[in-house]
Ligand binder design. Structure first.
Ligand SMILES: [Zn+2]
Ligand SMILES: [Zn+2]
Length: 160
């Protein structure tokens, strides 16, 4: 997977959702088509009409989101490791250079919105300013709700 979502895509923003299907628990990783997100495993459909405005999560109906960099964390950590390894040879300059590289990469990276309850990720569209970074005290409440929700989830039951 490549983080080349920016520029050159053309044709306007396209919402991409990464979530776990509420029906079968399989990962939902598809672009939104015709205002709908469909599960490849169980066929469950999620209308995403309001999702670009981030009013309600199409997967779980939660109304709270937080913003996060759509940047693979591993890459950032990898850079730090490389910088640290090179320290003895570059007298510490490598760390400074890499900190700068890291900063530049981070700045150019688009952001995504994440649902507090089901942790669905929404990329490819601008995140509205009212969606704030992750707040721990908010997440704690949702953690309990998520556990309860997971317990209630029917296991592979046919849709009515
Ligand atoms: Zn499913
Ligand atoms: Zn959700």
């Amino acid at each position: 997977m490549r983080g080349r979502g920016r520029g050159g895509a053309g044709g306007g923003a396209r919402l991409e959702v990464r979530a776990e299907c509420d029906g079968c628990g399989e990962p939902l990783t598809a672009g939104v088509r015709d205002g709908e997100l469909a599960c490849g495993s169980c066929g469950r459909r999620y209308p995403v009409a309001g999702a670009e405005a981030f009013e309600e999560c199409p997967v779980c109906g939660c109304r709270r989101f937080f913003r996060q960099k759509a940047f693979p964390r591993v890459l950032g950590i990898g850079l730090v490791v490389v910088g640290a390894v090179l320290v003895p040879f570059t007298y510490g300059v490598s760390l400074m250079v890499l900190a700068l590289v890291d900063l530049l990469i981070y700045r150019g990276v688009p952001q995504m919105a994440v649902c507090y309850l089901c942790r669905a990720e929404f990329r490819g569209v601008p995140v509205p300013a009212r969606i704030l970074p992750f707040r721990h005290h908010m997440a704690e409440g949702y953690e309990k709700r998520r556990e309860r929700r997971d317990r209630q989830r029917p296991r592979r039951e046919p849709q009515p």
